[in-house]
Design a protein around this ligand. Structure first.
Ligand code: GTP
Ligand code: MG
Length: 327
C-alpha cells in the first residue's frame, strides 16, 4: 500500500467490497482511481485499478440487456455534457431538438430510464450531450453518478412553467448525493469532508414559451446570474437553441487549434481540442506523445498575431489558432 491515501479512498474501497454487480464495482473502482493522488508512489496501484476496471468492463460487455446499455457512455467529439433536471423538464426534448438522437419524449414524468448520448453540432466541431433519467430520489441508479462525474460539464434544465428556485435547490441537493457540485470550487465556503466532483454548469430555463412575461426566468436569472451562465430556451419551438449551443461551448472553456504541415494548407476539418490556457507544448503532446519533448518551435497563424510568427513552447494558444510544429 502506498502511503498518503486519503480516508475517502478507504471509504470507496469499502463500497467496492460491498458492491454486488460488476457495474457497481466499476463505479467504486473509478471512485478509488479519482480519489487517489497521482504520483510515482501510486503508479502501481493506479495501473492495477485500471486493469480491474478493464476486466470488469469486458465481463459486463459479454452480458446482454439493460445493465450494459445504460452504463458507461463512450466519449465522442470535443467534449461531453450531461443534461440533468427534474422529471418532465424537457431534457429528452432538448436532446431530440439539438442532437442526432431521438429519445422518448412524453407528457408524463419519469419517462427516461437510461442515459442516451447524442451529438450536437457546433460550428466545426461536435459535442456529445447525454440525456439522463430525472433526478428523482427514488430512481437515481448506481450507474448515473459515474456518468455525471465523468462529464466535462452539466446542463441543468429548469422548467420555466413552474417555480424555478425550488427546482434548482432540489437539483443541487440530488446532485450532492451523487457527490457532484456545480459551479466553481469555493463558490460556497464550506469545508468538505467527502470528495466532491466540481462541475462547470450552465442553466437552461426551458419551456420559455409557457413563461408569461418571463416571470420565472427573471427569478432564475436574479438568483443565479452571478454563479452560472443562464439562458431561456424552448426545446420545443426552438427559441434560444443557437445561443444555447454557443453558451455550452463557452462553458466548456475549450479552444480549437488547427495543425498544418510546412508548405501545405492547414487541416481545417479536424481541430485539436484543448482546455483554454494550454500552450504549444500541450498541443504538440496531444498530436503525439513524443512531440512535446521534440518540439523546437512552431509557427502560428491566428487573430491578433502576425501570420506565421515563430513561437516558443510555452506560448499560450487561442481559439482558432493554426499551428505548424517544427520538431
Ligand atoms: N411548451 C413546451 N413544452 C415542452 C418543451 N420542452 C418539452 N416540453 C414538453 O414537456 C414534456 C416533457 O418532455 P420530456 O423531454 O419528455 O421531459 P424529460 O425532462 O425528458 O422528462 P423525464 O424523462 O421524465 O425526466 C413533453 O410533453 C414535452 O413535449 C418546451 O420548450 N415548451
Ligand atoms: Mg426524458
Amino acid at each position: 500500500m502506498p502511503a498518503n491515501l486519503p480516508p475517502q479512498y478507504f471509504e470507496a474501497e469499502k463500497t467496492f467490497r460491498q458492491a454486488k454487480s460488476p457495474g457497481e464495482k466499476i463505479a467504486a473502482l473509478e471512485d478509488m482511481l479519482a480519489i487517489m493522488p497521482k504520483h510515482k508512489g501510486t503508479d502501481h496501484l493506479r495501473a492495477e485499478l485500471r486493469g480491474r476496471i478493464a476486466r470488469l468492463t469486458q465481463q459486463l460487455s459479454k452480458r446482454s440487456g439493460a445493465q450494459r446499455s445504460s452504463m458507461a457512455i463512450e466519449r465522442e467529439g470535443a467534449a461531453q455534457v450531461a443534461i440533468v433536471g427534474l422529471p418532465n423538464s424537457g431534457k429528452s426534448q432538448l436532446i431530440a431538438s439539438i442532437t442526432n438522437a431521438s429519445p422518448t419524449i412524453a407528457e408524463y414524468p419519469l419517462t427516461t430510464h437510461n442515459a442516451t448520448p447524442g451529438m450536437m453540432e457546433f460550428e466545426d466541431i461536435k459535442i456529445q450531450l447525454i440525456d439522463t433519467p430525472p433526478l428523482a430520489p427514488q430512481i437515481i441508479q448506481w450507474w448515473l453518478p459515474p456518468i455525471l462525474r465523468r462529464a466535462d460539464a452539466l446542463l441543468v434544465m429548469i422548467d420555466l412553467s413552474e417555480e424555478p428556485l425550488a427546482q434548482i435547490k432540489e437539483i443541487m441537493a440530488q446532485l450532492e448525493k451523487t457527490r457532484v457540485k456545480i459551479g466553481e470550487r469555493g463558490d460556497t465556503n464550506e469545508t468538505e469532508e467527502v470528495v466532491m466532483w466540481h462541475k462547470k454548469a450552465i442553466i437552461a430555463g426551458n419551456k420559455c414559451d409557457l413563461d408569461k412575461d418571463n416571470k420565472n426566468y427573471k427569478k432564475l436569472f436574479k438568483g443565479y446570474e452571478n454563479r452560472f451562465p443562464i439562458i431561456a430556451i424552448s426545446a420545443k419551438d426552438g427559441t434560444g437553441l443557437e445561443e444555447l449551443k454557443l453558451k455550452i461551448y463557452r462553458t466548456l472553456d475549450i479552444i480549437r487549434v488547427y495543425t498544418k504541415t510546412p508548405g501545405q494548407k492547414a487541416d481545417l476539418a479536424d481541430p485539436i481540442i484543448l482546455p483554454r490556457g494550454n500552450t504549444l507544448q500541450d498541443a504538440a503532446a496531444s498530436v503525439h506523445k513524443d512531440f512535446a519533448a521534440k518540439l523546437k518551435y512552431a509557427r502560428i497563424w491566428g487573430s491578433g498575431k502576425h501570420d506565421g510568427i515563430m513561437a516558443k513552447r510555452d506560448h499560450v494558444l487561442a481559439d482558432g489558432d493554426i499551428i505548424e510544429l517544427h520538431l
